[in-house]
Design a protein around this ligand. Structure first.
Ligand SMILES: C[S@@+](CC[C@H](N)C(=O)[O-])C[C@H]1O[C@@H](n2cnc3c(N)ncnc32)[C@H](O)[C@@H]1O
Length: 490
């Protein structure tokens, strides 16, 4: 979820932030209903565990299905045959005691569809019952409300049940959600996975990355999954769904299954790029570490250097590539403060003042800059490297291939921590390419330091990287278009 105002109130005064109320657009509801009915034409009983006004169930009702729904708010869902005002997570946790609508032997749903609430972990609901939720739904589920719902829906679904979801998609790549991904893969056949455009819910105040997921609760995977990558616009998404412009892939083709990865879902990744994940990673070349979080930057970091604030500090180079001036000056006695103040955290103490490369952690664009010796670093990824390798590596980290590897594959949603950066595939370039990249890295550094543009140098780096790896034209075009709009395509 992107940044949102604290309170987002919809027309009918529902606090969206508290309830997580965002209406599913009609074309999405219709696609999910069509797809589920195509997979199982005999579908009769549909359950939406957070039904709202019945946006998702409406097309099923129109097709003559029986619709049941839960919600914590009664919004008089259209065409709902059975409604109970209830907390679905409570229902799922107590399913023995609370059978669906009263009858233990009563009918079970043939399909569950949902657009789960998008509340974040700070919401009181999770905080107040964290231990109970973790016990029932696993550790990663309690990171956010949508993840709890996905897990609870899978648990609640009877064997063979189809599941259609419109949901936040941070679980596809975030490290914290590895066990949810593995739970899905173990318990469900994945039939469809479509990344939605980033503005799908923007008109309702939610800047949120979402996906459509169709599952079948069964221990066996089907041969193929239908997928589509994130389009830039809603109109393009409508066309993709309408014309079924999907790629049919083996599940193994869309998961990162190398032991160094965590079963992340990847969509639209060309084979030549995917193959790089079988090779060397950034942390095989040099340590990729995180540094200091002061807990109070205002107190411990100053803009200007002085006797008390002497240590140049690099926090997040963001879009500053090759060369960046320090973000400020850290207090000279920081080691002592680290020993005394509990939330002044110094990680990787022995490496902290060694130089190397600082990478950006926030913002969608990934980039890297030289961090000189005897400077300190923040919680962004920092590569500790002092020998000649730093120059070609600096170039590679500023290439559009690297931007795509980080933002198109490794971590599409959250900030890039050292853990994610250390997994960046880092090809073994031949010595001529390494030399070219090293020279370009030095040129980039000099140009950026002198305030000149690095655009031309960057495109020469891209050319050297992509030529050396023999990437075909269509892959190079994909990297170029990703670089033009990483915010909407990641
Ligand atoms: C994203 S809206 C989806 C509404 C509608 N089903 C749709 O698809 O447009 C999420 C819904 O979840 C409901 N909700 C939030 N927490 C819930 C809970 N613990 N149990 C059941 N429903 C919940 C909200 O009231 C809201 O109606």
């Amino acid at each position: 979820m992107g940044r949102r105002p604290k309170l987002v109130v919809s027309e009918d005064a529902i606090d969206r932030r508290e309830t997580g109320y965002y209406s599913t657009p009609q074309f999405v509801a219709e696609f999910l209903a069509e797809r589920l009915r195509e997979l199982r034409p005999s579908l009769k009983r549909i359950l939406d565990p957070c039904i709202g006004r019945g946006e998702l169930t409406r097309p099923f009702k129109a097709a003559g299905c029986h619709v049941s729904g839960y919600d914590i708010i009664d919004m008089s869902a259209v065409g709902c045959d059975e409604f109970e005002r209830a907390d679905f997570l409570d229902i799922a946790m107590n399913r023995q005691a609370l059978p669906l609508f009263g009858d233990t032997n009563g009918p079970r749903p043939d399909a569950i569809i949902a657009n789960p609430p998008y509340n974040c972990h700070e919401v009181n609901y999770i905080r107040d019952r964290k231990a109970q939720l973790i016990e029932h739904f696993g550790k990663s589920s309690a990171l956010n409300m949508y993840a709890l719902f996905v897990r609870a829906i899978i648990d609640f679904a009877p064997s063979g049940c189809l599941i259609g979801l419109v949901t936040h998609d941070s679980f596809l790549t975030a490290t914290g959600h590895q066990d949810l991904r593995e739970y899905i893969i173990k318990n469900c056949a994945i039939r469809n996975l479509h990344l939605c455009p980033t503005n799908l819910f923007l008109d309702q105040g939610a800047d949120v990355r979402t996906c459509l997921l169709v599952l079948e609760k069964t221990g066996e995977q089907r041969d193929t999954v239908l997928v589509s990558n994130r389009p830039q616009t809603i109109a393009e998404f409508q066309r993709i769904l309408r014309e079924r412009q999907f790629e049919s892939c083996n599940l193994s083709k869309i998961l990162l299954l190398n032991p160094r990865d965590g079963s992340e879902f990847t969509i639209g990744v060309p084979n030549d790029v995917r193959a790089l994940f079988d090779g060397r990673r950034l942390s095989d070349i040099a340590p990729c570490i995180t540094g200091i979080s002061t807990g109070d930057d205002k107190k411990y970091i100053r803009e200007a250097e002085s006797a008390e604030f002497q240590v140049p500090f690099y926090k997040n180079p963001a879009s500053r590539r090759f060369f960046a001036a320090p973000d400020g000056y850290l207090c000279t006695n920081f080691q002592e403060i680290g020993r005394k103040v509990p939330n002044f955290m110094i990680r990787n103490k022995s490496l902290i003042l060694q130089g190397g490369i600082a990478c950006s952690s926030m913002g969608v664009k990934f980039g890297a800059t030289i961090r000189p010796e005897n400077t300190a670093c923040g919680v962004n990824p920092n590569i500790i490297i002092e020998h000649d390798d730093k120059w070609w590596l600096l170039s590679f980290l500023n290439s559009r291939l690297c931007l795509y590897l980080t933002r198109g594959i490794i971590i599409r949603a959250n900030m890039i921590t050292a853990g994610y950066a250390s997994r960046i595939p880092t090809p073994e370039f031949d010595s001529a390419t390494k030399e070219t990249l090293a020279l370009l890295g030095q040129e980039g550094f000099a140009a950026a330091k002198g305030g000149a543009s690095v655009d031309l140098i960057k495109s020469r780096i891209d050319d050297a990287v992509e030529t050396s790896l023999g990437l075909p034209r269509e892959v190079r075009e994909l990297l170029a278009s990703f670089e033009r709009d990483p915010i909407r395509l990641s």
